[in-house]
Write a new protein. Structure first.
Lengths: 232, 336
C-alpha cells in the first residue's frame, strides 16, 4: 500500500505559539472564572486547588505574562513574515480577510439552507478560521490592557481619568466571558466535538494534514501546492 | 450610751475585742446585703413568665419578664438591675423615670476609669443612623440592632473578634432590604454592588485583609456622603483609601473611581453604560451567530436526528460496557 502523502499545515513556530496559547488560556480561565461567580459553591474549591486566592493570583498573573509575551512574539513573528515576503501583504499575511471570504460566507449560508449543492472551495484559511484569528487579535489586547489596569490600580487610577478602573472591570469580565464561550462552544466544536474530528484534531500537535483532509478542507491550497510541484 | 463610751469599754475589754473580731469575720464571710440580694427583690416579680404591662395610650402590651439565667450569662452579669434601671428601688416604681441607655456609667472600673459606652453612644447619636436622612424614622437602628441580640439582657460576652463576613452581615440585614431602603430614600443597590466588587470577592475566598463596609464607611460614626465628617466625603475619601494601609499612595483620582460600588457608577456614567451594553450585544450577537452556524453545520453534514441516534448508541454501548465491567468485578469479589 502506497503511503499517503502528508502536507505541513503549521510549522513548529506556529504550533509553539498555539501551545503557549492553550497553556496560558486554560490557566487564566480556571483561575479567573471563580472571580466572576464568587457565590457559586465550586468557586472556592477551584481556588483551594491553587492554594487560596493568593496562589490563584500568582498563577493568573504568571499565565497573563506568558500570554502577553506570546502576543508580543506574535507581532514580531508576523512582521518578520512581512520582511521575508518583501512587503507583499497578501502573500505574507494570508489571514487578511478579502472579498472571497464575504462571498464564501454567503455561499456557505446558501449551502446550509439548501440553495446550493456544494460548499465553496476554501483556501489556506477559510472565513471561520480568519474569524477565530481576529477574535484572538481583538481579545488579547483588550484583556491585556484591562488586566494591567486591574493589576496596577493605583498607578492607573492616579494618572488617568478615574473612569479607567470601572471600565477595565467591565471590559475584563465581559470580554473573558465572550472569549471563553467562543472557545468552548465554537472552537471546540470545530476541532473536538465535530463528529469528523472527535475526539480531536491532531494538527495542533504535529501540524500535518493528510492528502484527503487537505483536499476536503482546503482545496484551493491543495491545488496551488500541487501545481507548484508540477512546475518544479 | 455614747459611741465614745462604748468604744472605750471595747478597748478595755479583751473579751469584747474577741467578740468584735468574730463579728468582723462573720461579716466578711457572708455580707448581709450581697450583690445578688439587690436583684432578688426584682426577680420576685420579673422572673414570672408572661409578666406584662398594658399601655392604654399605645394600646400595646409590653413583656416585662427577665430570665435570671439570661442575665447571669450575659456580659452585664456583674451589674445589678438598679445600676441601669434607675429609680426602681421603690415599689410601685417611680413614674417618668430616666430611660435606660447604653451611655450610662456601668459602675465597672476598667483601667482606673468608670467604664462607659458614652463615646460610642455620642458618636452614634450624631450619625445618620441615629438622626436619619430627613428626621429619625422607625427603621433607624439602635445599639441592639447591630450588636446582634433580641433582648438587651441577653448580650453575651464577645470571646473573639467578629469575622469579616459577620461584620458585613451587620449591615446587610437592613441594607439588603430594598423595601426598607426605598422607604427611607437610601441607596437600594449598595449591597448588591458591593458584592460585585473585588473587596467582597476576596473576603468570600477567605482573605482577611480586604475591605468590609465598616472599613470605609465607619462604625458608629457613619454620615451621609455630603457630611464633612463622613469618611467617604470628597475631602476625606482619599485618606480613607490610602491611609488605611490598603491602597498606599492612592490619590483622589483613584478614590473617585467607584469600582467598589460599580452599579452606581454604571447608572451615572453613560460611557460605562454603553460599554456594558456594547459587550452584551457583542457577546449575544457573536455567540448567537456561532451557535446558529454550528446548528446548521450539524444539520447539513450529519442531520440532528441521526447524530443524536449515533450519540445515543454510543452512550448505550458505554453503559453496557460499564455494567459488564461492574458485573465482572462483583463476581470476582464474590469468589474471593
Amino acid at each position: 500500500v502506497e503511503k499517503e502523502k502528508s502536507f505541513v499545515r503549521f510549522d513548529l513556530k506556529q504550533r509553539a505559539q498555539h501551545w503557549f496559547m492553550i497553556l496560558s488560556f486554560t490557566l487564566l480561565t480556571i483561575t479567573g472564572i471563580p472571580m466572576r461567580f464568587p457565590d457559586q459553591i465550586w468557586s472556592k474549591y477551584v481556588y483551594f486547588l491553587f492554594g487560596g486566592l493568593y496562589g490563584a493570583r500568582i498563577v493568573h498573573r504568571t499565565s497573563a505574562l506568558i500570554m502577553i509575551l506570546l502576543g508580543l512574539y506574535h507581532l514580531y513573528y508576523i512582521f518578520s513574515l512581512l520582511i521575508k515576503h518583501k512587503f507583499n501583504i497578501s502573500e505574507a499575511w494570508p489571514m487578511i480577510p478579502n472579498k472571497k471570504d464575504a462571498r464564501d460566507w454567503y455561499y456557505t449560508s446558501l449551502y446550509y439552507f439548501g440553495f446550493k449543492k456544494k460548499l465553496p472551495l476554501y483556501d489556506r484559511f477559510n472565513f471561520r478560521e480568519k474569524f477565530d484569528y481576529f477574535a484572538v487579535f481583538w481579545g488579547v489586547p483588550v484583556m491585556m490592557f484591562s488586566g494591567l489596569i486591574l493589576w496596577f490600580p493605583i498607578f492607573f487610577g492616579n494618572n488617568f481619568p478615574s473612569l479607567i478602573i470601572p471600565m477595565a472591570y467591565i471590559a475584563h469580565s465581559d470580554e473573558a466571558i465572550l472569549a471563553i464561550s467562543a472557545i468552548v462552544v465554537w472552537h471546540f466544536y470545530n476541532v473536538h466535538y465535530n463528529p469528523d474530528k472527535f475526539p480531536g484534531s491532531t494538527v495542533w500537535i504535529d501540524g500535518i494534514l493528510t492528502e484527503k483532509q487537505i483536499k476536503e478542507e482546503h482545496p484551493l491550497e491543495y491545488e496551488r501546492i500541487t501545481r507548484k510541484k508540477i512546475k518544479e | 450610751m455614747s459611741l465614745r463610751y462604748s468604744l472605750r469599754i471595747i478597748q478595755k475589754s479583751k473579751v469584747s475585742i474577741f467578740i468584735i473580731n468574730i463579728l468582723i469575720l462573720i461579716l466578711s464571710i457572708e455580707p448581709l446585703f450581697t450583690e445578688e440580694d439587690l436583684d432578688k427583690n426584682c426577680y420576685k416579680c420579673h422572673d414570672l413568665n408572661n409578666l406584662s404591662y398594658f399601655n392604654p395610650d399605645l394600646n400595646s402590651i409590653k413583656n416585662l419578664t427577665v430570665k435570671k439565667e439570661d442575665h447571669k450569662n450575659s456580659v452585664h452579669a456583674n451589674l445589678n438591675c438598679i445600676s441601669c434601671h434607675k429609680e426602681t428601688s421603690s415599689f410601685p416604681h417611680a413614674e417618668n423615670r430616666q430611660k435606660v441607655g447604653c451611655n450610662q456609667d456601668c459602675h465597672t472600673v476598667k483601667e482606673g476609669e468608670i467604664y462607659t459606652h458614652e463615646k460610642s453612644y455620642s458618636e452614634f447619636s450624631d450619625s445618620i443612623h441615629s438622626k436619619g436622612k430627613d428626621g429619625k424614622s422607625v427603621d433607624s437602628p439602635t445599639c441592639v440592632n447591630c450588636h446582634g441580640v433580641t433582648s438587651v439582657h441577653k448580650i453575651t460576652k464577645v470571646t473573639k473578634k467578629i469575622s469579616d463576613s459577620e461584620k458585613i452581615s451587620q449591615c446587610i440585614t437592613c441594607h439588603d432590604n430594598k423595601e426598607m431602603m426605598a422607604r427611607n430614600k437610601v441607596e437600594e443597590s449598595a449591597v448588591e454592588s458591593y458584592k460585585k466588587s473585588f473587596h467582597y470577592k476576596a473576603i468570600k475566598f477567605g482573605t482577611i485583609s480586604s475591605a468590609v463596609c465598616q472599613d470605609c464607611h465607619g462604625v458608629h460614626d457613619i454620615y451621609s456622603k455630603q457630611h464633612p465628617k463622613s469618611r467617604i466625603s470628597d475631602e476625606k475619601v482619599e485618606d480613607t483609601c490610602s491611609k488605611s494601609g490598603c491602597h498606599e499612595g492612592a490619590n483622589i483620582n483613584f478614590a473617585m473611581s467607584g469600582a467598589n460600588h460599580l452599579n452606581f457608577k454604571v447608572d451615572k456614567e453613560p460611557i460605562l453604560w454603553w460599554e456594558e451594553k456594547m459587550f452584551q450585544i457583542l457577546t449575544g450577537g457573536t455567540m448567537g451567530m456561532l451557535v446558529i452556524g454550528i446548528a446548521l453545520d450539524v444539520q447539513k453534514k450529519y442531520g440532528w436526528l441521526s447524530l443524536l441516534v449515533k450519540i445515543g448508541k454510543f452512550l448505550w454501548f458505554g453503559v453496557i460496557l460499564i455494567a459488564n465491567i461492574l458485573f465482572f468485578l462483583i463476581s470476582l469479589l464474590k469468589k474471593l
